[in-house]
Design a protein around this ligand. Structure first.
Ligand code: ZN
Length: 278
């Protein structure tokens, strides 16, 4: 199942196009995409049994984030060995490096982003969306708390991220438009193996990151289990799982985004994000 936010309304994406959930369910489910997650099991049961009308063609530019307003937007740093190596920082071994992004940075999949002063860098990531409350869950139990997956960019202004006596990960990664998500949520049954998804970033068509989630240090079940020992994960929360090697900061010389650049991010079995920069 694929779920999209089309012009602010929740849609199921079918072979023929987009089907409005609130209309098709006779008002049983809200049009607001974020409100579906607290009712995830009930919604999935309905969607799997419902006789859906033909979908309507839609313009990807009209899509917003399939999770527009999570209560918590959790991100994980240094979760690929090759990325840790390029930053010159030792990779974590016992527990993941976790930080928060601010949810006002979330956008849909096709956007124009205004570059702030500084060095803005790219980070292609697999994002996980929580479907049922997770507290103190084991790795074995973690998958049943997942609503689905989406593609993410964790855009980062490196000067602010690293300024001050201690790094400011959250602030440097939370300018408007710095967390594009989409193009839709894909449920786990449509992903053969979330631990073997190719993910890429390209700047003006030149591939700069080409990784695979099989190289995650902490895979998705381990992340959910680790996080849930401390914080309670709520339905509709988003976890960015980290980025592979190839960020601009790790290059010699470093390379950052400029006005006029187009960044294309692709996650296998999910889809593509496209950001233009001004
Ligand atoms: Zn990141």
């Amino acid at each position: 199942m694929r779920l999209a936010n089309r012009s602010g309304r929740l849609h199921l994406v079918t072979d023929t196009g987009a089907v409005d959930v609130a209309t098709t369910s006779g008002g049983r489910f809200d049009a607001d995409p974020q409100k579906i997650y607290p009712r995830w099991a009930e919604f999935r049961a309905w969607a799997e049994a419902a006789e859906l009308p033909d979908g309507r063609p839609f313009d990807p530019a009209d899509l917003g984030s399939p999770v527009p307003a999570p209560a918590q937007l959790v991100a994980v740093g240094l979760n690929y060995h090759d990325h840790a190596a390029e930053t010159g920082v030792a990779a974590p071994s016992h527990q993941p490096s976790v930080f928060g992004k601010f949810t006002s940075s979330i956008s849909g999949p096709c956007t124009t982003v205004r570059l702030p002063q500084g060095n803005v860098d790219w980070e292609a990531e697999l994002a996980v969306v929580i479907g049922t409350t997770a507290a103190h869950v084991t790795e074995a139990d973690a998958p049943r708390h997942i609503a689905g997956y989406t593609a993410a960019q964790d855009l980062t202004e490196r000067l602010l991220q690293m300024s001050g006596p201690v790094p400011q990960f959250g602030l440097g990664k939370s300018y408007p438009g710095f967390t594009p998500l989409g193009p839709w949520l894909v449920t786990p049954d449509e992903i053969p193996d979330p631990g073997a998804l190719r993910l890429t970033s390209a700047v003006n068509g030149e591939v700069v990151q080409d990784g695979n989630t099989r190289d995650l240090i902490f895979g998705v079940p381990a992340l959910i289990s680790h996080l849930s020992q401390v914080i309670t994960l709520w339905p509709g929360d988003v976890i960015l799982t980290g980025t592979p090697a190839g960020v601009g900061w790790g290059r010699q010389p470093p390379r950052y985004l400029s006005p006029g650049d187009t960044l294309t991010t692709h996650v296998e079995h999910i889809g593509t994000l496209t950001q233009r920069f001004t």
